[in-house]
Design a protein around this ligand. Sequence first.
Ligand SMILES: N[C@H](CCC[C@H](N)C(=O)O)C(=O)O
Length: 285
Amino acid sequence: MQFTKMHGIGNDFIMVDCLGEDGRALAQQARAQAVALCDRKFGIGGDGVILVLPGETVAYQMRMLNPDGSEAEMCGNGIRCFAKFLYDRGHGKDQAELPVETGAGLLHVAVQAGADGKAATVRVDMGEPVLIPALVPTTLGEGESPVVSLPIEAAGRTLLVTAVSMGNPHAVIFVDNVKDYPLEQVGPFVESHAAFPKRTNTEFIEVISENETKFRVWERGAAETLACGTGACASVVAGVLNGKTGRRVLVHLPGGDLDIEWSEADNHVYMTGAAADVFEGNWVG
Ligand SMILES: N[C@H](CCC[C@H](N)C(=O)O)C(=O)O
């Protein structure tokens, strides 16, 4: 199985082109072998598998598998790699914005090319954040009011979480010193906490100013990664809801920076960041 290894600011993915005649079989194989493919010792290694599929209502569809084999509704760094993958192969170049079917609905991507004519950065309309607790989903809160800094007990600590869905669930926690935070001791307990029926991604945010934060993440189904695009978006929504940041934030993630804006005009979250090729290969597993 041919694949392309790519990354979005250090969040790395195995891209599988399922646009051809053998696409259905390739997608089935990639789904069945996602855990093996992502294994960093016995496989290719990656934070996930991205399927490049034909869409049902528009030309293209993205699906994403975590290293634990679970399917995620959406992947922010992944959709930037997806956009670059298509653009560099001449797909959708005539469109300023390309619609992509995802588990979070129809999203739009816009590629900015570099001097070499290949996609360098991608701006993604990530759609509207979902804040109704039952739709995140979380059992915290009640009714339709957003969950903003509500307490949960995890890893022997009381943690104040703000719950945001970007198609996938996020628990955002504000901390004083994100670099020294014991993320690996706390993350797994929030990930599988009873308050999150579908598990959750957990973001730990240190506010530098109202338009700059430092970010770490324990991802659902992937453990700590160098970056999480949907998590960066969720963290800005949480920053606004908690009165800690403005709507346009430069988020510093361990793998790089993302420019995030939660637009007041249309309630959509916009993410701009890089995507890069690493290598092409043939999986014989
Ligand atoms: N682990 C995530 C999927 C990948 C999201 C992340 N890599 C991103 O860039 O948004 C989940 O299960 O929701």
